[in-house]
Design a protein around this ligand. Structure first.
Ligand code: ADP
Ligand code: MG
Length: 591
């Protein structure tokens, strides 16, 4: 057994070695790019590949990490290119000044497009980005006094610091290397994890405390920024820009590059870009036979995508996995502490006349109940009685038709899911919602990163806490495994650990026993008792009367969306309405 600090030191050291190797590699590349005599043709191809790669890495972030589409990357690329072209030629602004202005412009448009449309999701984003792309092309062509129209801008100067094409190429390689390094490490940061969580399961991301909308806008803005930066470098490299270089077709080329190379990594971006620029050059000799060139080019792309659905790098890294050593270090992790924020009143969750109607169906109809601090409160009722709907209204996935909810004195009736999580609401789902591309540990770390977590601090503490939460549910030794390799019952435990890592004030559990076998149910009951013993307030929904009877101190019963009983277990379970409505149907179900 080693301590967490030792493990972190080992990681930091291997990280440092990787960085040094990377700097040496880039240094060599820059040395070759600047000293070896290329002819102008090769220099141009390399210049194009390097500047395009910067823009394609933007798509790695927005599409690969965050799962959002952007069909206007060529427009952002063009904005950057025109900022440098027009700025240096028409307005006499220095190259560096133009880069700053260009990045400001693309960030503005990226953030504006993102905030206005990402909320709508899916197809809207595709449509809006296509429209933006088309509008920008029209502006570039038709606003002749400013953009020079279809003729484009020529005689763009390189910065005086890098006067020759090859020295400038070396500079672009360095920029690409820095961008690549940052994009490579982004997934391990809090922001990058949030993006992956949004991509994997948007609903669960919100409930786990992630501001979904903000995360998407940031991803989109980073994509626009890298598109613009690539464009700025491109303009300096080619001394000439024109509207047809930044058309919708080019946006599709950018997208093909990232999909071809592998959307999940900046390495894929470079591979895809390089290939799509090189293939046409290799096939140049075919140009004399019309059509054949395009057919072969198209066939090559289709074959690659067909046989490597995760792109070339996705395919290669899968093959390389066998050779990679996985450090399986088990660390001494302290016992999980569930720290509560300053306690206010005894009534921690107050639900008043809450309703949720779906058209004419009153799924939840004016129900009221109060959860006492530190208690285990059960919400029971036959199938379809409105339990899950109540929980979805409580956690902000549905807006209520009427009534109010207050948590720890805060009125959260209309708050977004992540705001409720920030106030102290944690939950699990009836049909498990984990972030499926991630390890158990990463899932739980995200849970601990909610804002408002009273013990959230540095990365080390966060990981230690996540490990403690996994230990607490009995899965500490499998922290590094992907969640998809766990059994259904264990996935449920990971969901509970994810919620616990955030130190919730109230934990909402939706049918935690559903789908578990009897051994797993026993383990779950034991776990709930251990959680309750730590003083956490739990609101549990379940069918399993033995489980509810064993852990609950207070029971609220729903039937057809209405509250039919509320009180201590003995009186509630003997209530005549409950016996007929709930236990009656349960007895029938048993036969
Ligand atoms: P429970 O969790 O108690 O089994 P639910 O809350 O899932 O019950 O469902 C209560 C009622 O609301 C059911 O009749 C169900 O069909 C209906 N319902 C739930 N969600 C929706 C929805 N999104 N749209 C329309 N009807 C819904
Ligand atoms: Mg349900």
């Amino acid at each position: 057994m080693t301590s967490m600090v030792d493990i972190h030191r080992a990681h930091a050291q291997s990280h440092k070695r990787g960085l040094i190797a990377y700097i040496i590699l880039i240094g060599l590349l820059v040395y070759v790019a600047t000293t070896k005599q290329f002819d102008a043709y090769i220099t141009n191809i390399l210049m194009q590949a390097v500047t395009y790669s910067v823009a394609v890495m933007g798509l790695t972030v927005v599409l690969g990490l965050c799962g959002q589409i952007n069909l206007a990357q060529a427009a952002f690329f063009g904005l950057g290119a025109y900022a440098v072209g027009l700025g240096t030629v028409d307005y006499g602004i220095s190259f560096w000044g133009c880069i700053v202005i260009g990045i400001g412009i693309v960030l503005f448009f990226g953030a504006f497009l993102g905030t206005s449309t990402l909320r709508l999701g899916g197809h809207y984003l595709a449509m809006v980005t296509i429209s933006f792309q088309q509008i920008l092309t029209l502006v570039m062509i038709n606003w002749i006094p400013v953009t020079h129209g279809p003729d484009g801008v020529s005689k763009i100067l390189k910065p005086s610091l890098f006067p020759t094409p090859q020295s400038y190429l070396g500079f672009c390689v360095v920029v690409l290397a820095v961008v690549g390094y940052l994009v490579w490490h982004l997934p391990e940061t809090k922001l990058g994890r949030a993006m992956r969580a949004v991509r994997d399961n948007e609903l669960a991301a919100g409930v786990t405390g992630i501001d979904v909308q903000r995360t998407k806008v940031i991803a989109f803005a980073i994509c626009a920024l890298l598109g613009g930066l690539g464009g700025c470098l491109f303009a300096g490299g080619f001394a000439y820009v024109s509207p047809d270089q930044f058309s919708f077709a080019e946006s599709i080329v950018f997208l093909t590059m990232v999909l071809l190379g592998g959307v999940s990594s900046p390495v894929g971006a470079v591979i895809g870009t390089g290939l799509l620029i090189l293939i046409p050059e290799w096939l140049r000799f075919l140009k004399s036979i019309p059509g054949l060139y395009l057919a072969i080019y198209g066939l090559a792309v289709i074959l690659i995508v067909l046989f490597m659905p995760d792109g070339i790098w996705g395919f290669v890294s899968q093959k390389l996995k066998r050779f990679r050593k996985v450090l399986h270090l088990s660390a001494d992790v302290p016992e999980l502490e569930l720290v509560q924020t300053q306690a206010h009143a005894d009534d921690v969750l107050v639900v008043t006349s809450l309703s949720k109607h779906f058209g004419g169906l009153k799924a939840v109809d004016e129900i009221s109940f109060t959860v006492k601090r530190g208690s285990v409160h059960a919400l029971i009722g036959p199938n379809g009685s409105g339990k899950t709907t109540t929980l979805n209204v409580l956690s902000g996935l549905y807006t209520p038709t009427g009534g109010s909810v207050s948590l720890d004195g805060h009125d959260i009736t209309h708050a977004a899911p992540h705001m409720r999580t920030a106030v102290g609401l944690g939950r699990t789902f009836q049909n498990i919602r984990l972030f499926r591309s991630m390890t158990a540990l990463e899932n739980v770390i995200i849970g601990g990163e909610r804002s408002g977590n009273p013990v959230e601090s540095g990365a080390l503490a966060r990981e230690e806490r996540a490990r403690a939460a996994l230990n607490f549910v009995g899965l500490g030794d499998r922290a590094e495994e992907l969640v998809t390799s766990f059994s259904y019952g264990h996935q449920r435990l990971i969901e509970i650990a994810r919620a616990l890592a955030g130190n919730p004030t109230v934990l909402l559990l939706d049918e935690p026993a559903a789908g578990l076998n009897s051994t797993e149910k026993m383990e779950l009951r034991d776990l709930l008792k251990r959680i309750a013993a730590k003083g956490l307030t739990i609101l549990i929904i379940d069918h399993d009367m033995t489980l509810v009877g064993a852990v609950a101190e207070h029971i609220t019963v729903l039937n057809f969306g209405r509250r039919i009983a509320d009180g201590d277990p003995v009186s509630v379970l003997n209530h005549p309405d409950v016996v007929t409505a709930y236990l009656g149907s349960d007895a029938n179900a048993a036969h």
